[in-house]
Design a protein around this ligand. Structure first.
Ligand code: C2O
Ligand code: CU
Length: 439
């Protein structure tokens, strides 16, 4: 045992004497895989995945513990893994050219980071992500509460769409400029990948961790056959759980439900459309739980996020520009940079802003385009500002509709260089990204 391992082991032991938390080293191998994306009986899809499958394995630890991951790249081109939503050390953030060197194929990288916040997160490739994520390089990352809520089942529901051809292969054209200038690459087949695959009983209390892993599609999702509440968004517990069984998930957003099963048939996870519900997936119900007493669904324990200091806040504006039907479009078509923030497309040598560690900022996200954008900040969570100026939900990705604006408030307390980009990955590919620095 080297010194660092020893330190990790002893501090874990001090926190929870009765449990052993020595984080085992996990190998995470990115490689080509065959995936049964289309229904059983139809052809399998050549994809990319981790450890033989897509989605990759569920990475799980207890809050405060360390993920110790040996990443190996065997996909045939450079890659790197980003741990979306985890407020981690900058050098572990997985962004080629900003926080680490690209991991060439055949190479590896040792990721080691503490998980400060309990909740639902995910990991995905952050190199040519619009293609590598579309091909399947993603998986769930779960951080358990020190005292987990009382539920009978904990399901991960990853929602994706694919553009597949008749023979099951993914359509190419990942760099298609027309897609990128519009909503991005939208699939022709969508499905929820549910883990574990096992039935529940009527009367059980379940936790459903929804993750939108699609590169570009916004998913409204409706759950049938349960009664319950939204308890967390983007990993962060809501102060007051919300009574809702329909939610909207922008790419990369997560929602946790805790709900009681109220059917003896099946729980349906649907994508409501104008032509009715498109079934994304289901959880079967068998038998009856007669022992569980239905109690209030209470809030999860909050994570420790710094309180903003509004007296000292810096005010900034980030304006989204470009895309189809914009003035920028013609010029952008030539260079591939059809999207921009504040007139600048792609990463520039100067950051969007440099914050002093601990500084609060109020940032106006102005959507001056004809498309919605899901804006993601690395290494931090921020508050969405509500209409009466109150602090709303804590998120790491916020959806701003076409022509609208949203203010966010963030305490920039995590040192390093952090990406700030649209998580419609086709938009990111075509220039909608920048970075901030915290010194
Ligand atoms: Cu989910 Cu920059 O990433
Ligand atoms: Cu966008």
């Amino acid at each position: 045992m080297n010194r660092r391992d020893f330190l990790c082991a002893t501090s874990a032991a001090a926190l929870a004497p009765s449990l052993s938390f020595a984080a085992p080293k996990t190998e995470l191998i990115a490689e080509p895989v065959m995936a049964q994306i289309l229904p059983e009986g139809q052809p399998a899809t050549p994809s990319l995945g981790f450890n033989g499958g897509t989605p990759g394995p569920v990475l799980r630890t207890r809050q405060g513990e360390v993920f110790d991951i040996q990443f190996q790249n065997r996909v045939g081109e450079g890659s790197a893994v980003h741990w979306h939503g985890v407020r981690l050390t900058n050098t572990m953030d997985g962004v080629p050219d900003l926080t680490q060197e690209i991991v060439e194929t055949g190479g590896d990288f040792h990721y080691q980071f503490r998980a400060p916040d309990a909740g639902t997160y995910w990991y995905h490739s952050h190199n040519r992500s619009w293609e590598q994520v579309a091909r399947g390089l993603y998986g769930p990352l779960i951080v358990e509460e020190t005292v987990p809520p009382d539920v009978d089942h904990d399901f991960i529901v990853m929602i994706d769409d694919w553009r597949v051809t008749e023979d099951g292969t993914l359509a190419d054209g990942f760099d298609d400029m027309h897609d990128q200038a519009h909503q991005g690459r939208l699939g022709n087949y969508a499905r929820a990948l549910i883990e574990p695959r096992k039935p529940v009983q009527n009367g059980d209390r379940v936790r459903l961790r929804l993750i939108n892993v699609a590169t570009d599609r916004i998913f409204p999702v409706e759950i049938e056959g349960v009664k319950g509440k939204v308890v967390a968004k983007d990993g962060m517990p809501l102060r007051t759980p919300e009574d809702a069984l329909t939610v909207i998930l922008a790419p990369a957003q997560r929602v946790d439900f805790i709900a009681d099963v109220t059917t003896s048939d099946q729980i349906n996870i649907n994508f409501p459309t104008q032509d009715g519900a498109y079934p994304l997936g289901e959880i079967s119900v068998a038998g009856e739980n007669t022992k569980r007493k239905s109690t209030e669904i209470s809030a999860l324990p909050p994570n420790d996020v710094a309180q903003p200091d509004m007296d000292d806040a810096v005010q900034l504006t980030l304006t989204m520009e470009g895309g189809a039907m914009s003035r920028r479009m013609m010029r952008g078509m030539m260079s591939g940079d059809v999207w921009a923030f504040n007139g600048k497309s792609g990463l520039t040598s100067k950051s969007f802003h440099t914050f002093e560690r601990g500084q609060t900022a109020r940032i106006r996200l102005e959507n001056d385009t004809r498309f919605p954008h899901g804006i993601h900040l690395h290494g931090h969570h921020f508050y969405e500002v509500e209409s009466g100026d109150g602090l709303g939900d804590l998120r790491d990705t916020t959806l701003v509709d076409a022509g609208e604006a949203r203010d966010i408030i963030c305490v920039f307390d995590n040192p390093g260089k952090w990406l700030l980009h649209c998580h419609m990955l086709g938009h990111q590919a075509a220039g909608m990204k920048t970075w901030v620095e915290v010194t």
